[in-house]
Design a protein around this ligand. Structure first.
Ligand code: NAI
Ligand code: MG
Length: 341
């Protein structure tokens, strides 16, 4: 008897710049895999501003709230218009507290580590220095201040997320990255809370590392890391460092996860320099789709999609120019789809 896949409706944001091109390619692959996904298309960013005069229309917010899952292409934040960043605004409005960014070695990428790296950065997404609370410049322009707030609740839920992720995915180790030796109150509270949570997971190895040493260790011996959990600003920097280890933007996906909603996207932006040319690499968005399938409980399908991407890279089949190939967005997607079904 053939199994009918479960029906899930997801909100799809085609985005700006290369967004529509890579989203069409990604949906081509997902459709070929017959996952039973229904799409509800919604607008945000420049496209929405042009259509309805708003960067983040209420209808888009309602759609994400209802479906709880959004699959999103990059959005252009116009300079000097509304929010400082639509992405930060989305994280805030849906309390997407966990930013989950895997970094994995892939074959045939111009990377410093073509093998050996397979780690996930779990970054706290809602508090700490990064959110810029209480930013102030004195009247004479000589002194600037910023409030850095860390809470036990915020620290606990992100560390717990990291340990649960380790358990769920069979990963063995969580590294807590901090600067508690200097930032004794904020990073200190994060570390102390992390130790309490770690004690509840005796099956997962836990170690601690100071952030500057962690950066050096990542560059010299990245294979020692499995899951990294850290505060907002450190996580922002570390996750980009990790993307750089394994071949950069074209292969870096990210998930923003909260209790009531989750948004899956590529790490890169709307790439206006290559928009409309049909040559953007769809891999980062497809790897985000694999994270989304994991989140929806379709772990076999997620694994199949990742294997298809790896096999296509290995075969150098229709790769886009950023990977040194002569293919285009759609031919690359078709090559992946043929291996994913
Ligand atoms: P970008 O990531 O769009 O581009 C940086 C460089 O990487 C460019 O040379 C681009 O051609 C290349 N690139 C990016 N993605 C690629 C892909 N899939 N295939 C091949 N090459 C690729 O960063 P940039 O130029 O700083 O930002 C452009 C716009 O994107 C801005 O408006 C920014 O606000 C927005 N942005 C949106 C993000 C999101 O929606 N999550 C994240 C980052 C930026
Ligand atoms: Mg960043």
């Amino acid at each position: 008897m053939t199994q009918t896949p479960a029906q899930h409706t997801i909100t799809v944001l085609k985005g700006d710049g290369i967004g529509p091109e890579i989203m069409d390619a990604a949906l081509y692959v997902l459709d070929a895999m017959q996952l039973g996904l229904q799409y509800e298309f919604a607008d945000a960013g420049m496209t929405a501003l042009e259509k309805v005069g708003e960067l983040l229309p209420a209808a888009t917010m309602d759609s994400i709230r209802k479906n709880r899952i959004a699959f999103k292409s990059p959005l252009t934040t116009p300079v000097g218009e509304g929010f400082s960043s639509i992405n930060v605004e989305l994280r805030k409005r849906f309390d997407l507290y966990a930013n989950v960014r895997p970094a994995k070695s892939f074959p045939n990428t111009k990377s410093r580590f073509p093998s050996g790296v397979d780690l996930i950065t779990v970054r706290e997404n809602t508090e700490g220095a990064y959110i810029g609370e209480g930013q102030m410049l004195s009247e004479d322009g000589e002194t600037a201040v910023l409030t850095q707030k860390v809470t036990r609740r915020g620290s606990e839920r992100i560390v717990r997320y990291a340990f649960e992720l380790a358990r769920r995915t069979g990963r063995k180790k969580v590294t807590v990255v901090h600067k508690a030796n200097i930032l004794k109150s904020t990073s200190g509270l994060f570390l102390k809370t992390a130790r309490t949570v770690a004690a509840e997971y005796p099956d997962i190895q836990c170690n601690e590392m100071i952030v500057d040493n962690c950066c050096m260790q990542l560059v010299m011996k990245p294979e020692q890391f499995d899951i990294i959990v850290t505060t907002n600003l450190f996580g922002d920097i570390i996750s980009d460092l990790c993307a750089g280890l394994v071949g950069g933007l074209g292969l870096a996906p990210g998930a923003n996860i909260g209790t009531d909603a989750a948004i899956f996207e590529a790490v890169h932006g709307s790439a206006p320099d290559i928009a409309g040319k049909g040559v953007a690499n769809p891999c980062a968005l497809l790897l985000a789709a694999a994270q989304m399938l994991d989140h929806l409980g379709m772990t076999d399908k997620a694994a199949k999609l990742r294997e298809a991407i790896i096999a296509t890279l290995e075969a150098k089949d229709s790769l886009t120019p950023d990977l040194g190939g002569e293919g285009n967005t759609m031919s690359f997607a078709k090559a992946i789809a043929s291996r994913a079904v």
